[in-house]
Design a protein around this ligand. Sequence first.
Ligand code: IPE
Ligand code: IPE
Ligand code: MG
Length: 250
Amino acid sequence: MLNQPLDIIFPEVPNDIDINELDIDNLPTHVSIIMDGNGRWAKLRGKKRLFGHNAGRNSLREVVRCSSDLGIKYLSCYSFSTENWARPKEEVAGLMELFAKSILAEMDELHKNNVKIKIVGDISRFPQKTQDAFNKAVEMMKNNTGIVLMPAVNYGSRDEILRAVGAYAKDHSEQPSEEEFSKYLYTDNIPDPDLLIRTSGEMRISNYLLWQIAYSELYVTDTLWPDFDRYEYLKALIAYQKRNRRYGGV
Ligand code: IPE
Ligand code: IPE
Ligand code: MG
């Protein structure tokens, strides 16, 4: 169910999009995004990579707001992978700083919009300040009933699966069912993504939600993450609704 009228959510639809193609009764329950292309976006402007990460924050704010207005229940977003530690020290430190700063700055607005936060990944390796910001936001919004925003941070799917295998084996000796095993993943209780969007044109998964995206619809756009706005999002949603999800059936 929409939380805002469609013409408020999308006030200036560009000519190349037909908003009537959007079926508001058939929106995805869970949208997941690999937010990629910040570095290239900055480079095109002769700036440092962190300039791009900073700009990416606006895209995320817009997509969260738009998703919440559309009544989408879950939004997960790949923000820092277990492999991203390999980046230059300055970039990693800048990202940690940016996470802390943006969470604290956006928290009240998110709370007002009834957003709930669930962290996907292990933030215990993050600087204390960044961990504190995440934990503060989770705690503040824990009783909210609106969209569940799931930042994937220090997240890697293989790491997640290995942790789950280890934890499961401690509790049981027999082979789990898919459903039992899923309970040991970070995404316990969260339905699998219906739609997975990747920006910046890369045709790969980069160790993201390997288990959970078994039957997700994939949408890749060349648009770089800082340029991804509500209308790019609308295009992805319309494309998703044209897919025929068969789940192996006919
Ligand atoms: C995605 O943008 C953000 C993170 C991985 C943190 P990139 O930083 O990967 O940008 P590109 O891919 O180099 O353009
Ligand atoms: C995936 O992007 C991780 C995030 C968006 C946080 P990367 O830029 O790290 O992925 P690769 O290196 O292009 O596969
Ligand atoms: Mg990248």
